[in-house]
Ligand binder design. Structure first.
Ligand SMILES: NC(=O)c1ccc[n+]([C@@H]2O[C@H](COP(=O)([O-])OP(=O)(O)OC[C@H]3O[C@@H](n4cnc5c(N)ncnc54)[C@H](O)[C@@H]3O)[C@@H](O)[C@H]2O)c1
Ligand SMILES: O=P([O-])([O-])O[C@@H]1[C@@H](O)[C@H](O)[C@@H](O)[C@H](O)[C@@H]1O
Length: 539
């Protein structure tokens, strides 16, 4: 395999030590105030110091729902890439890859070369990240099947590749899990034979013990617990139960029936100092759990992988509205035949998914008061049907109708067929890698003496999630390219690189064009030092 480019930033504002990358970054924003009908814009600038831990350590990912289509496919993908497996199909020999992962298969514009052409770098080469091959995988499932049997059941991986993975995956067996028939569809009961018995508190203790045993057995530095089990119904948030960390803990000890399995897993993860990520739409991360995460400084993220139909929606609606066109009707239909679709065929579980799939246009619509009056929204319908025959091959059909000039209309129709798990699994990898990276970053301003981590609710992961969880009071952003720019620019800031502005003035302003073509631009000294980046490391 060709050597991927490594990156060194030569700037007076970047300092590399053995332990950290330090950057001094000029964070700029424009503050706007309203004065009657006038808008007053005031640019501000803050000099931040950013510190990124270079050591990645040995990391485990513990999947809740490990035996599912996503869990077994994720495991297959990690192993296939680790062993650089190739396999035969009717279309010839196929090689392993991570297509669909932004960290492994997408690039970031780094800058321009001496000819003024853009230079791009793989996202995973910007800052130290876990290598997928090094991930230790473990997890739980209410189904007792080992991972090879789960892979066969999922019918996602090509047959010949399955044969090459079976032996190793047959040694992987999901740990018994927490099952509560009140939270997932009744049609899941036949799988539920691999269970942790006892009260909710006893189950919580067992999950903590599982995490400890995984950590000790594999000598892990960090574990990320990720929910890719079935969609649960929303839990009813109750005062005195879900509202504070203390009440949640008491309610758990009292075996309160409104505490869901996913909330128990999340609480156990947080209490074991493990990052917790919710790949499903239910409201696992109740207020008391977020408070607990804040108290303990443990990172959480959610909800619901943004893999296909919704991801496209967060691009199409952004394109339409930013083009001054007015989406007025959005109908998203899909059918699929996997177990996820079977679980979603139950009304309460579908409702969880309907919510996460429906809110994705709100921020885009609210950004344009020219087109939409306050509170006005497009008609928006979400339909999901379970059709066993098609299996994991989701068939999505969308219709977008927009008003155009002089009340004309434009209707876009999209048909999208895909193996749903092959779209979701790269997102699982990216969620793990990026959550782990953001957890290794710290920030301070001016003469602050202590470093501060990001807020424990990792909203930069919104790009990967349908219904992004954000810190209290923070705005929810769903527009896909704003979300991606958020990730890119945070990674760039950690290297004291300014956001990509795409102005390309070196190709538009004659004197800059001359500097570029004469080579003067490339020979100019780096900009002046803004602040010493702790010359001797962390003090
Ligand atoms: N494209 C996608 O596949 C996609 C996109 C977005 C969200 N999701 C969500 O990801 C989740 C998994 O999707 P999937 O296709 O792998 O579904 P799946 O049904 O194949 O896998 C879910 C697994 O979770 C297990 N399970 C159920 N309840 C459990 C519990 N309490 N503890 C442990 N295990 C439990 C089931 O036995 C099953 O093996 C679903 O909630 C789905 O809505 C999937
Ligand atoms: O990611 P996306 O394609 O918008 O949404 C998908 C739904 O359309 C699908 O029916 C469901 O089974 C998946 O879990 C996923 O949530």
């Amino acid at each position: 395999m060709e050597k991927t480019p490594s990156l060194v930033v030569t700037s007076p504002n970047v300092k590399y030590t053995d332990e950290y990358i330090y950057s001094d970054y000029q964070y700029e924003e424009t503050l706007v105030t309203k004065n009657g009908d006038d808008l007053i814009a005031k640019p501000i600038r803050k000099t931040l110091s950013i510190r990124t831990e270079r050591k990645v350590g040995k990391v485990g990912v513990m999947l809740v729902g490990w035996g599912g289509n996503n869990g077994s496919t994720f495991t297959a993908a990690v192993l296939a890439n680790r062993h650089q497996l190739s396999w035969n199909t009717k279309n010839g020999q196929m090689d392993s890859n991570w297509v669909g992962s932004i960290t492994q298969a997408s690039t970031v514009r780094l800058g321009m070369d001496e000819k003024g052409n853009d230079v791009h770098i793989p996202m995973c080469n910007l800052l130290p990240m876990i290598h997928p091959d090094d991930l230790v995988i473990d997890g739980w499932d209410i189904s007792p099947l080992n991972l090879a049997e789960s892979m066969v059941r999922a019918k996602v991986i090509d047959y010949d590749l399955q044969q090459k993975l079976k032996k190793e995956m047959s040694t992987m067996k999901p740990r018994p899990a927490i099952y509560d028939p009140d939270f997932i569809a009744a049609n899941q009961s036949d799988r539920a034979t691999n269970l942790i018995r006892g009260t909710r508190h006893e189950q919580y203790l067992q999950v903590r013990a599982d995490i400890k045993s995984c950590r000790d057995k594999n000598k892990l530095d960090q574990i990320i617990v990720l929910w890719t089990a079935n969609t649960e119904r929303f839990c009813e948030i109750r005062e005195g139960v879900h509202d504070t960390s203390e009440n949640l803990e008491r309610a758990l000890r009292d075996n309160d029936s409104e505490i869901s399995p996913s909330t128990i897993f999340a609480m156990a993860a947080i209490d074991e100092n493990c990052i917790y990520i919710n790949g499903s739409p239910q409201n696992t991360l109740v207020p008391g759990l977020v408070q607990r995460a804040e108290q303990r400084g443990v990172f959480v993220a959610g909800d619901d992988f943004k893999s296909g139909q919704t991801k496209l929606k967060s691009v199409l609606v952004d394109f339409l509205v930013s083009a001054g066109l007015k989406p007025v009707s959005i109908v998203s239909y899909n059918h699929l035949g996997n177990n996820d679709g079977k679980n979603l065929s139950a009304p309460k579980q579908f409702r969880s998914k309907e919510i996460s799939k429906s809110n994705v246009v709100d921020d885009i619509v609210e950004s344009n008061p020219i087109l939409y009056k306050p509170g006005e929204k497009p008609d928006h319908v979400v339909v999901i049907k379970y059709v066993p025959y098609v299996g994991d091959s989701k068939r999505a059909m969308d219709e977008y109708t927009s008003e155009i000039l002089l009340h004309g209309t434009n209707t876009l129709v999209v048909h999208n067929t895909c193996e749903d798990s092959l779209l979701a699994v790269p997102l699982i990898l990216d969620l793990v890698l990026l959550a782990h990276l953001f957890a290794r970053m710290a920030f301070r301003e001016g003469d602050m003496t202590t470093w501060s981590s990001m807020h424990v609710v990792l909203s930069p992961l919104s790009y990967l999630l349908k219904a992004p969880l954000v810190p209290a009071g923070a705005p929810v952003v769903n527009a896909l390219f704003k979300q991606r720019a958020n990730i890119e620019n945070i990674l760039r800031a950690a290297l004291a690189l300014h956001p990509n502005h795409h102005m390309q003035l070196e190709h538009k302003i004659p004197f800059l064009m001359s500097e570029l073509h004469s080579g003067a631009l490339f020979n100019s000294p780096p900009h002046k030092k803004q602040k010493v980046a702790h010359e001797n490391g962390d003090q």
